[in-house]
Every structure is written in structure tokens, then in C-alpha cells.
Design a protein around this ligand. Sequence first.
Ligand code: C5P
Length: 213
Amino acid sequence: MIVTIDGVAASGKSSVASGVARALNIPYLSSGLLYRAATWAALSQRLPLTDAAPLLSLLNRWEADGTPLTLRPLPQGNEIWVGEQNVTDLLHTTEVDAHVSAAAQLPELRAWVDAQLHRISPPFVAEGRDMGTAVFPQAQAKFYLEASARVRAQRRVQERPQDLESVEAALRLRDERDARQSAPAPDAVHIDTGSGTLEQIIAQVLSHLPAPP
Ligand code: C5P
């Protein structure tokens, strides 16, 4: 079974996807983490984000050298490794946040991310922007999470104290830049994560899943 959970930035996708995956005892895959990792790789090597070729050749070289950039969907959460180095903690910086949408516009990078995800065998819950539309259109159940920009910004500020107005402005900007790949699948169930607890939203998702055969 494949379950897709798409939605706008900070709509609670990771928390909901990981809760649903835990309830089903299957892994969850964060596609956003792969975009963040590729963006971090480009920034750390001072590669341009206007041209996919240098970034793709870096990713291919790491793979050929036996130090590939890989997504590890572990029970405690998704991690990104480059060879034997865990780089997950480097992927949620303000700098990566500011550049990831530009990288995500590169069709060659989107194809690379999709190929990484297609290497993993189902069952899983896949979370991102286009999981139910472009990457796993055959998924058995699709969800689209939404919440107002203010609610999403408040959530981020609760996680890490920072200025609410600037967090909200940055989220709105990322929404705009991500709009192209963020259209909901026509067959997705929409869930507003602005009201209700995390447990209630997870239960809502689980209630829509097809019964096992
Ligand atoms: O999910 P998260 O907010 O961490 O994703 C980071 C960025 O990766 C998004 O802002 C978007 O630019 C890109 N992304 C994407 N398609 C996906 C997942 C993420 O374009 N399926």
C-alpha cells in the first residue's frame, strides 16, 4: 500500500505522516528532505541553483565514489546520509529554507528525487508536495493538508522561538514559489490541520484508509 500526504509548508505533513506510518507499522518517506539535501549539497559546494547540471554531476559523482546521498527511512524519523556521514541536522537551516524552492524548480532535480523514491519498495507513507500527483499517482489513499499561514507560522515559533511576522512572510513566499508543484491531487482528501490535535488528525487520516483485504 502507498499512502500520500501532500500539503503546504509547515502544514504538519511530517508529524502526520510519521504518526500514520507508525500506526500502520510501515515506514514514511520525506521527499522534502531529499530536496533539502540536494540544496545543502549545492550550497556547500558553491554550485549554482539556476542550472541542474553541476548539481546532478556532483550527486552522480558521490554515487560513483561509493558515498551516495541517500534517504534512510528509519523508525525514529528520516535521515539523509552522504556515504557514512549523517547530514540530517544540516538540512533545516534558514539558508536551506531560502534556497530549496529554487532548487525544486529544476526538472532534472525533480527527476533525481523521484528516482530515489522509486527505489524504495512499498508499503510506505510518502510525504511532500507532488506525491499523490506526479510521483505515486497510483497510491491507494491520498491526503492534502492545509492550514492558514498564521497558524503554520505559530507552529514554527512554538518549535523554535523566533519572530512570528518574519516566519509567516517566509512561509508565504515559499508557498508562492512552490505553487507549481503543490496542486492537490483531484482524488485527495483535504484536511485542515489548523484545528484538532495531532492525534485527531492522524485518526482522521486512518479512518479514510481502505480496509485491509
Ligand atoms: O517538506 P519541506 O517543507 O521540508 O520541503 C522543502 C521544500 O522542498 C519545499 O519548500 C519545496 O520547495 C520542495 N519540495 C518539492 N516537492 C516535494 C517536496 C518538497 O518541491 N514533493
